[in-house]
Structures are given as structure tokens and as C-alpha cells.
Design a protein around this ligand. Structure first.
Ligand SMILES: Nc1ncnc2c1ncn2[C@@H]1O[C@H](COP(=O)(O)OP(=O)(O)OP(=O)(O)O)[C@@H](O)[C@H]1O
Ligand code: SF4
Ligand SMILES: [Mg+2]
Length: 330
């Protein structure tokens, strides 16, 4: 039997080598028709979790779809362990589909509106385990309990439970196949603010209890700070800064990360107020952020900044040193 690609790890001879990430995008470009949306993005989902942060339309879901194998890159690769997703055989693809599970905004995508919640979860179980009827019902009840729901809710349909309960049920369905990684796309943004923090508590507990890794997509840096050790900040389909989440939150080196940090609502708190900043389209030449950047200088118009290492992170800004030191002036 071929080993699970994601379990391919360095042998004793290369113990010093970097471990193979569970899932990674390598220089990935994605487009819808002729419209490019994600440009040459690299991202590795490692233990400790990764956050993908950026405003609406920045390409977060598009990149997530590619990482889930639902969208083919125009160029670059998606790697599961050390294997290219596009070249994997049926058996490895089936393993990948169980190991990497999506959780979307409010749970309704995961649950068939015509089916009882328990049947939706049971269906996922049946696809991956051979279980008799009684054992399946028992496992569904266990999963519902694990996500903090009364097992009696198995008899309800999705519209007969609350938004928060629906998201918990969707998480239970994702957990049914014993995944290693959850791709969480704005898992709390459709929920009432008071429910958001409780779902984040649940995700926190599940990660520790089940050894899960998260790729968490959100516009809120404070949310990723709770659940992900590192983060990538995406602007107009490009990574503009990546590194330890806490560093990005407390000492951003890119003006866009700084703007996101300043707009952060407290977890479970009110959404940010409008900053009055213009929502200019990304610039076609030079730095894509320059038309919105309060620190733009001539060089930003003539030369696109490359993603480069700086002080424990990578950042694409000509003035990153000044931003980091607090010396940047308009
Ligand atoms: N199926 C599609 N066909 C064509 N264009 C699309 C499609 N889905 C998304 N787009 C476009 O691609 C860009 C990136 O969209 P995407 O959904 O990845 O953004 P996002 O960062 O997830 O935004 P949000 O925070 O609003 O969910 C947007 O300009 C969007 O209009
Ligand atoms: S390169 Fe220039 S325009 Fe782009 S973020 Fe940095 S300062 Fe702003
Ligand atoms: Mg999205």
C-alpha cells in the first residue's frame, strides 16, 4: 500500500530537514476565465495552523478552493505532503478528500436542507466507514456531543436549528471522516457576534483534543491570532506579508497589515467602523497597494515590491523597515 503522502516525513538521515507541510501551494496562479485572481502565491499549512487574512475579493476563497482540489491552478502546484494534487491517483485523492475537510460560512452548504441533521452526518460517516445502523447512530450522537450539541438535534432539519447550531453540526459532519486538516472559510462571520466566540472556543478545544490543523480564512486578525501560529495577508491576490500571527498583529511591517490590524474588531465584538479610506482598485503597475497606501512614494509607482525576508517574517513593501520601526512618514 502506498503511504499516505502527508505522512511522508524526512528519514533519520535528514532529521535537520524541514518537515514536509501537510498541504501547500507553490507559486500558484488562479483565474476565472481570463481574469487572474491569485498571483503566484506560496503558502504551507503546518502544525500550529495558518491564517489567511484579507478584505473581501482578495482571493481567499479562490485559494482555499484550489487547496481543496476544487480549482486547478493556471500555474504552480498544490502539494499534499510531497505529492502534486493534480498528479495523484484515485486512492491518494480519496485519502486527501477525507484528510482535508472544508467548513464554510454558516454550515448550510454542508447540510442538505431536505435531510435531517443526523442523516447528513451519517452520510459522511458511511462514505468512509462501514458501520451498521445502530453503530452509525451512536457515532452521530458522539459527534454531536463533541461539538457541544444535544444529540436529540439529529432529528431536526437544518432550518429547524439556529445558525450557531448549524455551524456546529457542519463541523461535526467534517469531523465524521477523522480529518487531519480543516479549511475553515469565515466559519464565524455569518453568526451573531455573541455566538462567534463560542464557536472559536469549540475550534480551539477540538484542535487540541483531536490534533487537528487549521487553515483559517477571515478578515479578522484577532480571530487568527487565537487559532493560528502563522498568517498570510492577502491583498488583490498577492501575499503582502506572512509570518508569526502575533508579530503581524503587534508589529506589522506592511501598511495593509497595519490597516487590517487597526480595523480589527474584538472577537465577538462589533464590526469595525468605516475608516473613510478609499477602496481604490489595485494598481496595475508598481505596488498594487499604492493607490490606497498613505506611505506611497515615487518608487512604489515604478517598481513592484517583492516578498522578501525581514525580521522573522516576509513582506512586500519598499518601506517595510520604516513601517516596522515606526519611522515611516507620509
Ligand atoms: N466563480 C467565480 N467566477 C468569476 N469570478 C469569481 C468567482 N468567484 C470569485 N470570483 C472573483 O474572484 C475574486 C476573488 O474572490 P474570492 O471569493 O476568492 O474573494 P474572498 O477573498 O474570498 O472574498 P470574501 O471575503 O468576500 O469572501 C473576486 O473579484 C470575485 O469577484
Ligand atoms: S511599496 Fe509603497 S505603496 Fe506599496 S505598501 Fe509599501 S509604501 Fe505602500
Ligand atoms: Mg470568501
Amino acid at each position: 500500500m502506498t503511504p499516505d503522502p502527508a505522512e511522508t516525513r524526512p528519514g533519520p538521515a535528514d532529521l535537520e530537514a524541514t518537515p514536509v507541510p501537510l498541504l501547500a501551494a507553490e507559486d500558484v496562479t488562479l483565474a476565472y476565465g481570463r481574469v487572474p485572481v491569485v498571483h503566484g502565491v506560496g503558502l504551507a499549512v503546518e502544525e500550529g495552523g495558518v491564517g489567511l487574512v484579507g478584505e473581501s475579493g482578495s482571493g481567499k476563497t479562490t485559494l482555499a478552493r484550489a487547496l481543496l482540489g476544487l480549482l486547478r491552478p493556471r500555474s504552480g502546484k498544490i502539494l499534499y505532503g510531497s505529492r502534486d494534487l493534480a498528479a495523484m491517483g484515485r486512492r491518494d485523492t480519496a485519502r486527501f478528500r477525507a484528510a482535508v475537510q472544508p467548513v464554510f460560512q454558516d454550515g448550510s452548504e454542508a447540510l442538505d436542507p431536505r435531510m435531517r441533521v443526523g442523516s447528513s452526518i451519517g452520510e459522511a460517516l458511511t462514505a468512509h466507514h462501514r458501520l451498521g445502523r445502530a453503530a452509525r447512530a451512536e457515532r452521530v450522537a458522539e459527534l454531536l456531543t463533541d461539538v457541544g450539541l444535544d444529540p436529540a438535534l439529529a432529528a431536526r432539519r437544518p432550518h429547524q436549528i439556529s445558525g450557531g447550531q448549524r455551524q456546529r453540526a457542519a463541523i461535526a459532519r467534517a469531523l465524521a471522516v477523522d480529518p487531519r486538516l480543516l479549511v475553515l472559510d469565515e466559519p464565524t462571520s455569518a453568526l451573531d457576534v455573541t455566538v462567534q466566540a463560542r464557536i472559536l472556543d469549540l475550534l480551539d478545544a477540538l484542535r487540541d483534543g483531536r490534533g487537528l490543523t487549521y487553515l483559517l480564512i477571515t478578515h479578522n486578525l484577532a480571530v487568527v491570532d487565537r487559532l493560528c501560529r502563522t498568517s498570510h495577508v492577502l491583498f488583490a491576490g498577492r501575499v503582502v506579508e506572512c509570518g508569526p500571527t502575533r508579530e503581524l498583529l503587534t508589529r506589522p511591517a506592511h501598511p495593509y497589515t497595519m490597516a487590517l490590524r487597526d480595523a480589527v474588531p474584538a472577537i465577538g465584538g462589533a464590526p469595525p467602523r468605516a475608516t473613510g479610506r478609499t477602496e481604490a482598485a489595485p494598481a496595475a503597475d508598481g505596488c498594487p497597494f499604492r493607490l490606497r497606501c498613505p506611505l506611497a512614494v515615487d518608487e512604489c509607482r515604478t517598481r513592484a515590491p517583492e516578498l522578501r525576508p525581514l525580521d522573522g517574517r516576509r513582506v512586500a513593501c519598499h518601506r517595510a523597515e520604516e513601517v516596522l520601526s515606526g519611522a515611516a512618514r507620509r
